[in-house]
Design a protein around this ligand. Structure first.
Ligand SMILES: [Ca+2]
Ligand SMILES: [Ca+2]
Ligand SMILES: [Ca+2]
Length: 213
């Protein structure tokens, strides 16, 4: 019985690890959200044009730090991102947050896809950002928290890619992209976690069998 309890607690510990992650709070006085540390886009699958400002880099666009610069996207410029260690599903309310920097808060165009191979994009939708009350590299931090229902994505269906097209402002630059994070996310467990979980459960079954003898 004691060994059974040890194995059982090991399994519970492993299960706990699957759901555990560091939180990343982004926003300000009028809008903020506590993101899972895996919630952000994980790779760039396609891009055209744009220029990095305030030390912005491609890697910086993939993390939850809104204070490490960004990229300016004008008419015709775009970036497409894939979610690798998470997907974003259509749950209650807003599902996906896209952050933009500067004043005035600027617009951009969004498409999403179930696929990560740069195909299957939905029809694009133009969104207007709102000021969060927070800052990004010294500029205003703006956000669009969008609902996947806008794209006709069914309830609980998950997307794995997002494309953002910039829009040139009539007088003041263009879209200044800083971060993209899922608000309703499904974790995609790492293979190592699955193996641990699998062996834990197998061990549990083994001891249960032994106990019955
Ligand atoms: Ca991620
Ligand atoms: Ca960043
Ligand atoms: Ca939703």
């Amino acid at each position: 019985m004691k060994r059974f309890l040890i194995v059982l607690s090991a399994v519970i510990m492993i299960l706990g690890t699957v759901g555990m992650a560091n939180a990343v709070l982004i926003g300000g006085s009028s809008w903020s959200y506590d993101f899972d540390s895996t919630a952000f886009v994980d790779s760039v699958i396609d891009s055209s044009g744009g220029w990095y400002w305030s030390g912005g880099t491609e890697a910086g666009l993939l993390n939850g730090n809104v204070n490490d610069g960004g990229i300016a996207l004008y008419d015709g410029d775009y970036m497409s991102f894939a979610f690798i260690d998470n997907s974003v599903y259509n749950g209650a309310g807003a599902d996906l947050a896209i952050f933009e920097a500067g004043f005035p808060a600027e617009d951009f165009i969004v498409s999403v896809s179930f696929l990560t191979n740069n195909t299957g994009w939905t029809s694009p939708i133009q969104y207007s950002t709102v000021y969060t009350g927070g800052s990004a590299s010294g500029y205003n931090l703006n956000v669009v928290a969008l609902d996947l229902s806008d794209f006709g994505i069914g309830s609980n269906m998950a997307i794995s890619a997002v494309r953002i097209d910039g829009i040139t402002h009539p007088t003041l630059g263009g879209t200044d992209l800083v971060a993209i994070g899922g608000m309703n996310i499904s974790p995609v467990p790492e293979p190592a976690t699955l193996i641990l979980l699998g062996s834990g459960l197998a061990g549990l079954a083994f001891f249960r069998k032994k106990m019955k003898k």
